[in-house]
Design a protein around this ligand. Structure first.
Ligand SMILES: Nc1ncnc2c1ncn2[C@@H]1O[C@H](COP(=O)(O)O)[C@@H](O)[C@H]1OP(=O)(O)O
Ligand SMILES: [Mg+2]
Length: 354
């Protein structure tokens, strides 16, 4: 299989980092730091970024990484650094052979800071670049809802390997989404899933617990005979995706089921496994540029499960221009068979606002 080593390393790295985020969740009252209300960051973000980047660079020393965070706050605040260092030292996989594959524990607090700062790549069109969101959906993380640890390898600007750890989604692929999944998600039995995909090789899911490298279950989007029966997902945050426009689109498609609101790329994973059908992310702000780490992993997982993903105008997402998708506005993801039907209506709703 192509990119087998990349997928294995990404699965193990994301598994270990997701366990760290869960430990923050239970032992540190869900994080201690807030850069701003609109864009919170927790000690879990720093710890997960350090662990994942050190895993990636151990296995692939010549690759670049675009990571959401940097270590400036930790360098400026020694007690914060100490807190993250404790977390990072405690995060270990049960399986020592698996732990060795991703380079074992980080050796020192300074190495941890360097790993975090190795995520400063500007991205680009050439070569192998990983896009990392150590905690996507931090607001969901803080409110006890959905969040995800997301990692993708882009090759010459094309998302090629994608892994998403969702500690609060049901393990079972067959559990259909309902409105409670986004809000009643707090770490419970039967939760925790790790999605993986390689371009051209399909998408899989497996429990987040031990055994990340088991083959996984093949997942695919639900065949939708009648678009009016679709379940659509959207952000919890109305500032990230226009609930009003999303509702207008759903209504034009004849959809009567209420939307399922959840934070993070758990939305991509959920539609890829057929638990829901559509993901609508209609732009609210004219100036906001979507970040590559918020979409790269989800895009591979949905495409490989039989879906199509473009921006809200039907333009392909361009991951090769830097850290943001600056040539795109919004995101729409749907099964291939109904995609043109959905995007037509999205364009009508957006066009009417111009
Ligand atoms: N105005 C905005 N429009 C779209 N996405 C946004 C906006 N502001 C922040 N985001 C990003 O949306 C992502 C969460 O998406 P979702 O709503 O699907 O959970 C976060 O990574 C967040 O970035 P940040 O972490 O920098 O705040
Ligand atoms: Mg994010």
């Amino acid at each position: 299989m192509a990119y087998e080593k990349e997928l294995d390393i990404a699965l193990l790295a994301v598994q270990r980092a997701t366990l760290l985020t869960k430990s923050v969740y239970t032992s540190h009252s869900k994080g201690t730091l807030s850069k701003s209300d609109s864009s919170p960051v927790t000690i879990g973000d720093f710890g997960a970024q350090a662990l994942i980047i050190s895993s990636i660079l151990h296995a692939f020393p010549n690759d670049e990484v675009v990571g959401e965070e940097d270590a400036d706050d930790l360098r400026a605040n020694p007690s914060l650094k100490e807190l993250v260092w404790e977390l990072v030292q405690a995060a270990k996989l049960d399986d020592s052979a698996a732990e060795d594959k991703i380079g074992g524990p980080i050796k020192s607090a300074e190495d941890m800071l360097e790993a975090i700062d190795a995520g400063r790549s500007d991205g680009g069109r050439k070569g192998r670049i990983w896009a990392l969101d150590p905690i996507d959906g931090t607001k969901g993380f803080l409110r006890g809802g959905q969040y995800a640890v997301c990692l993708a390898l882009m090759v010459d600007g094309v998302p090629t390997v994608g892994v998403i750890g969702c500690p609060n989604l049901p393990v079972d692929d067959k559990t259909l989404l309902d409105a409670s999944v986004g809000i009643d998600a707090d770490d419970k039995e039967g939760k925790g899933v790790l999605f993986g995909a390689v371009k051209g090789e399909g998408s899989t899911s497996r429990p987040l617990g031990p055994g990340a490298l088991l083959d996984g279950n093949k997942i695919s989007m639900k065949p939708l005979e009648d678009i009016s029966q679709a379940t659509f997902c959207e952000s919890v945050e109305a500032g990230h995706s226009s609930h009003g426009d999303n509702a207008a689109i759903a209504s034009k498609l004849g959809i009567t089921k209420p939307s399922v609101r959840m934070d993070s790329q758990a939305k991509y994973g959920s539609i890829a496994r057929g638990a829901g059908d559509l993901y609508l992310r209609l732009p609210v702000s004219k100036t906001y540029e979507e970040k590559i780490w918020d979409h790269a992993a989800g895009v591979v997982i949905v495409e490989e499960a039989g879906g199509e993903v473009t921006d809200a105008w039907g333009k392909p997402l361009d991951f090769g221009i830097g850290r943001t998708l600056k040539e795109n506005k919004g995101v729409v993801a749907a099964p291939k068979a109904v995609f043109s039907q959905v995007i037509k209506v999205v364009k009508e709703v957006l066009g009417a606002k111009q």
